[in-house]
Unconditional design. Structure first.
Length: 583
């Protein structure tokens, strides 16, 4: 077989002349066409845009460009792979007549690419099918081809090549130059795209790990939390035991907050934090937020003053998420206010003065006389993982997530959040503006508030294959005054539902044999079980997990450990149908 070796770096036709050392062969005798730099630049601009796509799309775009610029019959990119301990070339991108061969592999010793990489420079192969059987394709002739190595930092990645399929299609020095430039582009682009893909894969694995960690932590946390709650009721007359259990309860709440913060951080980074609006009361939202952080206030002997909540403020908001946002802000104030300090939360109404239907706004101002914030730190205080001064507050922990989540929750309610501090030792003021107020004349929320206050005992069923979790939660709900039926598997649970007719069934998702999804589907197919509120109780808290639960027939999705406040909210509003399923 006749072939010519092109020595040296290919950049321009003038750099490839017959006087180059070691240069002989066919291409030197062929007249080279004039470069079309306009078409080449246009193609390179398009390839630069292709770097934003996937690795496969980028390689295919380069192969398509080689086919076009060289007027070839086929073009492609073959990269080195390890296969059973041997190096092979895989045709990862192919364009033209041989496009159907994409994915084909050729052995190193039997491939023109191997010859090219050993030579280290571009190669012209004439009648390559006579020497390389791997290029013998039924019905396809290959009069000649040009192969150029793809090398980055002294490491061979593979080769880019073009083939002709007609005797009158011949390549010249301009084709070799174009392919060499495409090889340089391919090498640098692969480095960028591979680094990006590795980073994305690492981030994906990290998020999966965080989600799994949250699930695995919630599984043991659930029975511990339930057992602590039940023991607090049972030991109410034993003051020493009650104090010890109060400590355990506070620390369990702190642990649950840390787990939730980890999951919220992953959602925030990917724009997956969402809200579900419902008619509720801002008074209840504030009450839940204050209840969640009261132990911080009491532990540090702060003076907490709340004003502006004498009248009911009906709002349309995500009750749980907005309560979480307020709680995060109040917790931050408590964390960075010295023992015995003052924290004030004031609530007022700002008329919209609008004729386009924009609701009045709820204004919330949280002030403390704590350590304050330096002006430089104020610029990034709402960024994820940003931390203020630690000092004496270090014992309270925190991941630098709460304020970032609070800001996003306020923004999702079309509100705004502002922070002001005159510097170290001057305290901090956080101001929220939330256009969520409903007309005071709307009595629907007031009725809901009254219903919540009058929550009565209910018939509950708990289904969980974890015996410790089942027993602890069942006991906790019993001492709360509810009638409780338990089952450790889905099959028995469905039978018991027909017999006991519970008001609400709390069902674990991850059970063997018949999981919670299947239980929910079978219940919804049985008209005799209509009216039972199904609550998915699981350690998984991603939006996709919640959506899947609702699609299977669940009314609500709660994460472990079970929040009695959220259960009470469901009990109070189940007949109203006003709550989002993702509480």
């Amino acid at each position: 077989m006749q072939r010519a070796l092109l020595c040296g770096t290919l950049r321009s036709p003038s750099s490839l002349d017959s006087s180059m050392p070691g240069y002989t062969g066919e291409l030197a005798r062929r007249p080279a066409r004039a470069p079309d730099y306009a078409a080449e630049n246009q193609a390179l601009v398009a390839l630069a845009r292709a770097q934003a796509g996937s690795r496969e799309e980028l390689l295919q775009a380069i192969a398509d460009t080689a086919l076009l610029l060289c007027s070839a019959g086929s073009a492609g990119i073959s990269l080195i792979e390890q296969q059973q301990g041997e190096q092979v070339f895989r045709w990862l991108a192919v364009s033209g007549l041989c496009a159907g061969l994409q994915g084909k592999t050729t052995a190193w010793e039997d491939c023109p690419c191997g010859v090219t990489l050993r030579a280290g420079t571009a190669q012209l192969f004439v009648e390559p099918q006579t020497q390389f059987p791997c290029l013998s394709f039924p019905g396809i002739s290959v009069p000649e081809g040009v192969v150029v190595p793809i090398n980055v930092g002294g490491k061979d990645l593979g080769a880019i090549w073009v083939m002709s399929h007609r005797d009158d299609c011949r390549f010249d020095l301009e084709d070799a130059r174009l392919l060499s430039n495409l090889a340089v582009f391919a090498g640098s682009s692969l480095t960028i795209v591979d680094a990006r893909d590795i980073s994305e894969e690492s981030e994906r694995r990290q998020n999966e790990f965080i989600a799994m960690l949250g699930h695995e932590l919630r599984n043991p946390m659930a029975p511990i939390d339930s057992a602590i709650g039940a023991a607090r009721h049972l030991c109410a007359d034993n003051q020493r035991a009650a104090r010890v259990l109060d400590i355990a309860h506070r620390q369990m709440r702190h642990l649950r907050t840390l787990v939730d913060d980890l999951l919220d951080a992953a959602r925030l980074q990917h724009g997956k934090l969402t809200i579900k609006l419902s008619d509720t009361s801002f008074n209840d939202i504030a009450f839940d937020a204050l209840s969640a952080i009261r132990h911080h206030i009491e532990a540090r002997k702060h003076k907490l003053t709340v004003t502006g909540l004498d009248e009911q403020l009906p709002v349309r908001a995500d009750h749980v998420r907005l309560s979480q946002a307020l709680g995060n802000l109040l917790s931050n104030a408590a964390k960075y206010t010295a023992v015995g300090g003052d924290i004030r939360m004031s609530v007022s109404i700002e008329p919209s003065n609008s004729t386009d239907g924009v609701s009045d706004s709820v204004l919330v101002e949280i002030q403390d006389n704590g350590i304050g914030i330096e002006s430089v730190a104020q610029q990034q205080i709402f960024e994820l993982f940003a931390q203020g001064a630690r000092g004496a507050a270090r014992a309270d922990g925190g991941l630098g997530i709460g304020l970032a989540v609070a800001k996003r929750m306020v923004e999702l309610h079309d509100g705004e959040i502002l922070l002001r501090s005159d510097g170290p030792g001057s305290g901090t003021t956080v101001r929220l503006r939330l256009p969520i107020l409903r007309p005071v004349a709307d009595t629907h929320v007031a009725q809901q508030v009254q219903a919540r206050a009058e929550t009565k005992r209910a018939r509950l069923m708990v289904v969980d294959d974890n015996r410790d979790a089942l027993e602890a939660l069942g006991l906790l709900l019993e001492v709360e005054g509810h009638e409780v039926t338990t089952s450790d598997n889905g099959t028995d649970a469905i039978k018991l539902m027909s017999e006991r007719r519970p008001d609400i069934a709390l069902i674990d998702i991850g059970m063997p044999v018949m999981d919670g999804f299947e239980v929910a589907r079978l219940v919804r197919l049985n008209p005799e079980l209509n009216g039972i509120v199904l609550v998915a109780l699981t350690g998984y808290a991603a939006e996709s997990d919640k959506s899947r639960a609702l699609a299977a027939g669940f009314d609500f999705h709660l994460t472990k450990p079970l929040s009695l406040d959220k259960l009470e909210y469901i009990l109070s509003n189940r007949s109203e149908g006003t709550l989002s399923g993702m509480v």
